[in-house]
Design a protein around this ligand. Structure first.
Ligand code: GDP
Length: 506
């Protein structure tokens, strides 16, 4: 058996900050200049992460993985406890605009998740840039950069011209070094799902970020409540590989179903091991599949059936995400439960649609974000409602109306009258001719009744014919006597009370 020594692994880096402050420009610049020439030429990267090899000022060549989706939920600690995706964050702040709402939001989340970070003061090539003012802005938010009385590393950059970007990457590696990121290369891999989608030709595909160990093609994986064998392993460029080491973004084929973004994966050499691990985990499936929701749900006595509507929430920033989540949770009713299946920051994607696609009744709510065109198409195909908002109360109003529309009609029995059975004239199987008097309300032709004997309900029946003084009538009022032909499985006896009722939809 090989020794399982721990060795250093590359950092996984996420870029965060206010919109338009240059996150995408920075990610593009790094990709174009630092992904090695042979890889960059010809082949286009097709997953939302890439790997670079950066040569530091001191001459060392070091790998870094970048998550290539600004504002991606990769930023957050993932749902299960295995790890979080990002090891280091780059907080991009425009030297032109200084600290803005989403900068503050990013600072809050960085702190909450205890992610080490460096500050990139961007757009310093611009005439009206003011890096000092940006430092001051940051200090006001308790982010004290190194040359402003604190210890947060900072680089002044231009994502457009590339000025300062190499120094920024040096800083990222420095911070990562302090974190002492390690992997045990001889262990089976563990990590997280970065994204997942369905491909018409090859089926379900997931992008994973390995956080420890080595992932080998053919490994058996456990993700959520499924276990499967990797049919093909690709690097981030889509090239087939045999194995991948920690921090690498990889693409895998072979999933039985789409996994949840953010779920942990665990690799095993054989199927049995994977299956027994899954059993031990006792993972309850997160996705609730709801069968088609009927309009009328028959309510058995004392029982309430609840409609479950799968909900997806996407917002521009994490702060609004939690506010909207709270709002949505408040709106559930005893008959309609809003089940949040997926939530996150960023555009509404195809994957979001798939995650909620448990029936025609799913809803995806966007707040200050829009769906991309493939998400729209897929939602249309699945009959899923996507609705976007920029004001919370409008969202609540709309959702309340939707809930009303989707509330199943409850059928209740409304009592119309009570009669007392005084005489039984004849019995023919389940049909009887009886005489009685109306105690309250009225006795009505064609209606149903409950047979009550000594305070308990014995049976149900229906009024088939009704007459008073040998004349056929439709209704007999209180205190009047009548004769009736009724149908009831259990024979009605003298002294029984019949409760006449109607079924009303509410
Ligand atoms: P994001 O929303 O944070 O991803 O911002 P983008 O990367 O899309 O950048 C927003 C705008 O700022 C784009 O028009 C960029 O070309 C521009 N931009 C980004 N970085 C720089 C920079 O360093 N200098 C200049 N002059 N423009 C920049």
């Amino acid at each position: 058996m090989k020794e399982n020594n721990h060795i250093e692994r590359p950092p996984v880096v996420v870029v965060v900050g206010h919109i338009d402050h240059g996150k995408s420009t920075l990610l593009d610049f790094i990709r174009q200049t630092e992904v090695t020439a042979s890889e960059a030429g010809g082949i286009t990267q097709h997953v939302s992460a890439y790997e670079i090899i950066h040569q530091t000022k001191a001459g060392a060549k070091k790998k870094i993985t970048f998550i290539d989706t600004p504002g991606h939920e990769a930023f957050c600690t993932m749902r299960q406890t295995c790890s979080r995706i990002a090891d280091v964050a780059i907080l991009v702040v425009s030297a032109e605009d200084g600290v803005k709402a989403q900068t503050e939001e990013a600072i809050r989340v960085i702190r909450e998740n205890k992610i080490p970070f460096v500050v990139a003061i961007n757009k310093i090539d611009k005439e009206n840039s003011n890096a000092q003012k940006t430092r001051q802005d940051l200090a006001e938010k308790n982010v004290l950069v190194e040359d402003y009385g604190g210890n947060v590393p900072v680089a002044e950059i231009s994502a457009k011209t590339g000025q300062g970007v190499a120094e920024l990457l040096d800083l990222v590696l420095l911070v990562a070094e302090l974190e002492d990121l390690k992997t045990a290369p001889n262990s089976r891999a563990t990590g997280l799902v970065l994204e997942a989608h369905m491909n018409q030709k090859v089926g379900n595909i997931a992008t994973l970020i390995i956080k420890n160990g080595t992932l080998t093609n053919g490994d058996h994986l456990v993700i959520g409540d499924q276990t499967f064998r990797i049919k093909r392993l690709n690097n981030f460029l889509g090239e087939q590989i045999k194995e991948a080491s920690a921090s690498a973004p990889v693409e895998i084929y072979g999933l039985g179903k789409l996994p949840e973004v953010g779920a942990c994966f665990f690799a095993f050499a054989d199927k049995k091991e994977a299956e027994s691990f899954l059993k031990d985990q006792k993972i309850t499936p997160k996705l609730i599949r709801v069968a088609h929701i009927a309009n009328t749900i028959p309510q058995a006595e004392g029982e309430i059936k609840q409609v479950i509507i799968p909900i997806g929430i996407k917002t521009d920033v994490l702060g609004t995400l939690s506010a909207i989540e709270r709002e949505v949770k408040k709106l559930s009713t005893p008959l309609v439960h809003l089940e949040i299946i997926t939530k996150g920051v960023g555009k509404i994607s195809e994957n979001d649609v798939r995650l909620v696609s448990s029936g025609q009744d799913a809803i995806i709510i966007g707040f200050n974000v829009t769906p991309d065109s493939s998400a729209k198409d897929l939602a249309e195909k699945f009959g899923i409602t996507i609705q976007t908002f920029d004001i919370i109360y409008k969202l609540s109003e709309w959702l309340t109306t939707e809930i009303k529309k989707r509330t199943p009609k409850v059928t209740v029995e409304e009592v119309l009258g009570k009669i007392k059975v005084l005489k039984i004239f004849s019995v023919n199987r389940d049909k009887q001719v009886l005489g009685g008097t109306v105690l309250s309300g009225s006795m009505i032709l064609g209606k149903q009744f409950r047979v009550i004997r000594r305070d308990s309900v014995l049976s149900r029946g229906k009024v088939l014919e009704l007459e008073t003084q040998k004349i056929k009538v439709k209704e007999v009022a209180k205190d009047k006597m009548f004769g009736a032909l009724v149908e009831s499985k259990i024979g009605v006896a003298i002294g029984d009370v019949l409760e006449i009722f109607d079924l009303v939809e509410k």
